[in-house]
Design a protein around this ligand. Structure first.
Ligand code: ATP
Ligand code: ATP
Ligand code: MG
Ligand code: MG
Lengths: 228, 228
C-alpha cells in the first residue's frame, strides 16, 4: 500500500517559487488501480517522482507498506526501486545502447535471476506488449509507441508489488492502447500489482477503481469511474 | 504543396529487412490540413522524416512546391528545414541547456531577425500555447506537456509554409489539447500554413480536411472527416 502525507515540492527559481506539488494526501490500497488526471503542469509527474522515491519532497512523508521511505539507507532504497516498484516514465528513459530485450532484462539482473531465465521472461513480456518481432532493435530503431511499450514491459518484468506509470498510452493508437490497458488490468487482477497511472486517456480512467483529479499541485477531488 | 511519389524506406538488420515505408504516394495541397493515422509502428514517423527532408528514402521522390528535394545542395536544404518547414518531433528534441524562450527563438536566428524582435515573437508564441509563465524554464524544469508545447511554439514561430507535427497532443490533457488544436487550425486558416499531423487524437481528425490511414508502411485509405 502507498500512503502520502502532506507532500509538497517547491522549486526556487530566481525570485519565484514554483509550487509543483502543494499539499497532497493520498492513500492507495494494496491491489488498487488508481488513475491520476489533471491539466498539463498540474503536478502529476512530480507526485509520481515523490511516491517512487525518485525525488525528495520539500515537505511531507511517503510510506510504502508502512515504511517511511526517507528512512531507508542506500541499499534499501535501491531494492525498493528495483524490486518493489516498476516505473514507466513519461520520457521512457530506455538505455540507448541496449536492445529492447536487454532493456527489459535489466531489472531482472537485480533480481538475481540467471541469464536463460532473464531472456525467457524478457521475451515473454515483449510478446505481451506486441513486440515479439522487435526484440533486437535499439530504441532509435523503434517507433515512439514501440519505445513506450518496451518501457511498459520493463516495468512489469520483475513482478513488482507496485507499478507507477506516467502517461503509458500517450503514444499509442486506439487498438494498441486498448491491448496495453487490458494487459495492465490483467496484471492488476491476476498478479495483484498495485497500479498508479498518470493519464489523460479516458480508456484507462474507465478501468480504474478510483480517479484522483489534481490541479495546481493539489487534489481537487477523488471519484469512482461510475461517477466520472 | 507536397508531393510524395513511390516512397520506400527499408532498414537492413542482420538477415531481416524492415519495410518501414513500403510504397507511398501522397499529394498535399497548399493550405490543406491533413492527418495521418495508423497503428504504432506503421510508418508515420518515417514518412514524416522523408517528407521533411530529414531522411533519404530508399526509393521514391519528394517534391516541395515542385522542387525535388534530393536535388537541393546543403545550403538550400538548410533553408528548407529552417524557413519553409516547421517540425514538431514525437520526442520534442528541445535543446536541454537553453530555456523555453531561447529554444523558440532559435529558428528566428536563421531568419535574420534582430534580437528584440526574436524575443517578442518567441514570447508571443509561448503565450499562444499557454506558457507565458514558463519562458525561462529549461526543458528539465518543464512538465512533459509543457515541453511538447515549447516544441509546437518553436515549429510555428518562423511562419513556415508547412508544419509537420508528429503526435503534437500526445502528452496533453483534453482542455490543453483542444486549445492547441484551435491554435493550429487558426494558423492553418488565417496564415495558410499547410499542416501534416501524425496523430492518434480524434480531436485533430475532426479538424482535418483529409485523413490518411497507413498500415505496414502503405496507405490503406484516404477519407474526409465526415466519412470517418
Ligand atoms: N532505424 C531503424 N532501424 C530499423 N527499424 C526501424 C528503424 N526506425 C524505425 N524502424 C521500424 O520501422 C517501423 C515504422 O516506424 P515509425 O517510427 O515510422 O512508426 P510510427 O507509425 O511512427 O509508430 P508510432 O505510432 O509508434 O510512433 C517500425 O516497425 C519500427 O520498428
Ligand atoms: N525542475 C523544475 N524546476 C522548476 N519547475 C519545475 C521543475 N519540474 C517541474 N516544474 C514545474 O512544476 C509543475 C508541475 O510539473 P509536472 O511535471 O509534475 O506536471 P504534470 O502534471 O506531469 O504535467 P504533464 O501532464 O504536462 O506531464 C509544472 O508547472 C512545471 O513547470
Ligand atoms: Mg507529466
Ligand atoms: Mg511515430
Amino acid at each position: 500500500s502507498v500512503l502520502v502525507e502532506g507532500a509538497k515540492k517547491f522549486y526556487y527559481m530566481g525570485g519565484e517559487t514554483v509550487r509543483a506539488v502543494d499539499g497532497i494526501d493520498l492513500r492507495i490500497e494494496k491491489g488498487e488501480y488508481v488513475s491520476i488526471m489533471g491539466p498539463s503542469g498540474s503536478g502529476k509527474t512530480t507526485l509520481f517522482n515523490i511516491v517512487g522515491g525518485l525525488t525528495k519532497p520539500t515537505e511531507g512523508t511517503v510510506y510504502i507498506d508502512r515504511t517511511d521511505i526517507s528512512k531507508l539507507d542506500a541499499s534499501e532504497l535501491a531494492w525498493l526501486r528495483c524490486r518493489k516498484i516498476g516505473y514507466v516514465f513519461q520520457t521512457f528513459n530506455l538505455v540507448p545502447i541496449m536492445s529492447a530485450l536487454q532493456n527489459v532484462m535489466l531489472p531482472l539482473i537485480f533480481g538475481g535471476v540467471d541469464r536463460t531465465e532473464r531472456e525467457d521472461r524478457a521475451h515473454e513480456m515483449l510478446k505481451l506488449v506486441g513486440l515479439g518481432e522487435r526484440v533486437h532493435h535499439k530504441p532509435t530503431e523503434l517507433s515512439g509507441g514501440q519505445q513506450q511499450r518496451v518501457a511498459i514491459a520493463r516495468a512489469f518484468v520483475n513482478n513488482p508489488a507496485i507499478v507507477l506509470a506516467d502517461e503509458p498510452t500517450g503514444n499509442l493508437d486506439l487498438k494498441t492502447g486498448l491491448h496495453i490497458i487490458d494487459m495492465m488490468i490483467e496484471m492488476n487482477k491476476s498478479r495483484g500489482v498495485t497500479m498508479l497511472c498518470n493519464t489523460h486517456d479516458q480508456k484507462i480512467i474507465k478501468a480504474s477503481d478510483r480517479i484522483v483529479w489534481v490541479s495546481d499541485g493539489r487534489v481537487e477531488k477523488i471519484e469512482r469511474p461510475a461517477e466520472a
